[in-house]
Design a protein around this ligand. Sequence first.
Ligand code: 5GP
Ligand code: MN
Length: 336
Amino acid sequence: MAPVFLSERDIKDIKELIAFPKNIAIITHRNPDGDALGSSLGLKGYLQHYNHNVSVILPSEYPNNFHFLHGVEDCIVYDLTQEKAVDCLKNADIIFCLDFNGLDRVDKLGIVIDESNAKKILIDHHLDPEPFPDYVMSDIKASSTCELVHRFINELGDLDKINAHIGQALFTGIITDTGSFKYSTNASTYNVASDLKERGVDDYTLQDQIFNTLTEKQLRLLGHAVTNRLEVIPEYKAGIIALTKQDYFDFDIQRGDTEGIVNYILMLDGIKVGAFIREQPTIVKMSFRSKGDISVQALARDHFNGGGHKNASGGAAYAKLEDVVSRFKKVLPKYL
Ligand code: 5GP
Ligand code: MN
């Protein structure tokens, strides 16, 4: 899909929309990651320069290692306070949808957004955005939604409004969605990073806060996953790590504890596809990663009710762990 840029007309409209104080809701996807949180908090910081009443709504809670993000504790979490989240969306004059492409990614709040008369603005870098918003900035070549929020602020002529807190938030999503600049980058990713660093972002501390804050339990779980739960399938150039319900019990696995485990599979020489499949209490969740032309987005979309990016996707199924693993092995050859 071709990128959808904001036209000059769109930019003029949006400038008028945000010129005077309004109620603004920013919403991002379930299981928010660094890019979802960073783009939302960065945009919030920017909009507050115009004295708007801005709230960030998360469908579900965020991982612990993002506690350091400025203002993250003020996010409204739908799973914890449903009514507050719904009211906030219903009262919004403008709704920004960040880092997701379809209303099914925000669960029941999708209906509230769909029925709202607010102006809706989508900023995202996933494939095939749904046509519900009034304004769309969608570019799958962008490293992250954070990069696009920087572009958005730039197009409104407001780069000088980016302070250290906004910079910290936006740099976070660039780091997390590119694996610290290892993949999904383009020339503008580095320009944005450079601009943010010039505006005072301490990227060394940021990387340290994001990546060097594992709990002992998380590091031991990683060891267990790699030692006891990894299956390598050389003929498919694939690796699978499958965590059982018992693992969830034994390691008392909580939200965020399994973050990043999928990436270890692709560290194996010659391996091009990684699947990290986990049997959560009610659902089996999957994370897929690939290299080059192998599209795990198509695989997730076709067989696991999911999607994402060509080389990083996810999905979910109400099924047994063994059945999901064998379905993955069965369908994989079609995508190689
Ligand atoms: P992760 O594996 O890190 O959870 O997600 C990787 C990518 O796939 C992210 O861009 C995320 O938004 C997307 N993704 C993860 N789970 C799902 C899902 O269930 N449905 C869809 N459509 N996308 C998903
Ligand atoms: Mn993203």
